[in-house]
Write a protein that binds this ligand. Structure first.
Ligand code: KG4
Length: 337
């Protein structure tokens, strides 16, 4: 069964063709990062307009690279939540029009379910149940995937997502948007104990995450050090990146370990989302999973960030479970998985 996936929840316009939820036939991503880099972050209205300009060509390219035409496609899967509302609406409206005109079933896909499904494309043996830890630019979520389309919520961020914190800390260090990958490299050469940043905790909700206090602590530390006359050089950047990364990794891995230790989800672990590209987080999650005798499944770097292959992969399982949308399908900026 061939699914055409469409993704436009933030600043990537993407389309892909996936066979039976597991075999990648094509994967086209048109990124807008160069445009948003001028402003130091995503400008929602600019993102919506750029999606509108790119989406038709991106879908055509995905079909061409898969060597199929629209008539070969069995269903169209589209991200409908969560994300920037104008950006989501571009993809949803385009998918609705395409499904209606070609008389194809339309399948709504939750973006975070998609991030988790990215791993299906490279791990043919992976099947639920498993622990799903999704760490991305807009979301940080600890879940249990009880089945392909049944998720149990465990913990979420109460404020900023981990990726957002990476990008804001990178910005104060003068690194271009999005700064996550640059922070990763700098953290490898810095001293993680140079600055003491505390991990955020939420009273009464031990599995929830909080990164805004950590982000503010980093920004204040950088400003204070600069006011004291310190140079914003690579050594300073590396020490801040390493100390910040240590706090993020401890926060994320701490929740994972608590869940593994509790015994209430005695499963292997899937780490996904844009920040799953972080080498320090990958290593720490692998060590923690191994400590509890579990396997860690990871997407390859090119499937960590937003893409439509993951939407098509999850779309296949949503389709099998009977999920269908008609022309009344709406987009939602926030929606629990
Ligand atoms: O998954 P994604 O494309 O966005 C959402 O679905 O929300 O993730 C993008 C985020 C950005 O914040 C980017 O800085 C971060 O992932 N990122 C990283 C790394 N590579 C990308 N963060 C830390 N380390 C990395 N290596």
């Amino acid at each position: 069964m061939l699914i055409l996936g469409i993704e436009s929840s933030c600043d990537e316009t993407a389309a892909a063709v996936v066979e039976d939820g597991r075999i990648l036939r094509s994967n086209i991503v048109a990124t807008q990062t160069d445009i948003h880099a001028l402003y130091g972050g995503v400008v929602p209205e600019i993102a919506s307009r750029a999606h509108t300009e790119a989406i038709h060509g991106v879908v055509e390219e995905a079909l061409a690279q898969a060597n199929v035409t629209l008539s070969d496609i069995d269903a169209i899967a589209v991200t409908y939540a969560p994300g920037l509302i104008g950006a989501l609406l571009t993809g949803v409206s385009f998918a609705k029009g395409l499904a209606y005109s070609a008389n194809k079933p339309l399948v709504p896909v939750h973006h975070l379910r998609g991030h988790v499904a990215a791993v299906y494309l490279v791990e043919p043996d992976l099947k639920p149940p498993f622990i799903a830890l999704c760490v991305s630019g807009g979301n940080t979520e600890l879940m249990v995937a009880e089945d392909y389309t049944k998720f149990r919520f465990v913990g979420t961020t109460r404020d900023d997502a981990a990726g957002e914190a990476f990008d804001k800390c990178a910005r104060v260090l003068g690194l271009p948007y999005p700064g996550g990958a640059a922070m990763d490299k700098l953290a490898s050469i810095g001293n993680p104990d140079a600055f003491r940043f505390h991990e955020g905790a939420v009273d009464g909700a031990p599995y929830d995450f909080s990164f805004s206090g950590l982000k503010t602590a980093v920004i204040n530390t950088v400003h204070t050090e600069l006011q004291r006359g310190r140079e914003l050089d690579d050594a300073f950047r590396a020490d801040i990146a390493a100390s910040f990364t240590k706090a993020v990794v401890r926060t994320v891995v701490g929740r994972l370990e608590m869940l593994l230790q509790s015994g209430e989800a005695n499963y292997d672990v899937v780490l996904s989302g844009g920040v799953a590209a972080n080498s320090h987080l990958r290593k720490a999650c692998a060590e923690t999973a191994q400590k509890y005798g579990k396997k860690l499944y990871l997407p390859p770097l090119k499937l960590c960030g937003d893409n439509a292959a993951m939407i098509a992969a999850q779309g296949y399982y949503e389709y099998l479970a009977g999920a269908r949308a008609d022309l009344s399908l709406n987009a939602f900026a926030t929606k629990r998985v």
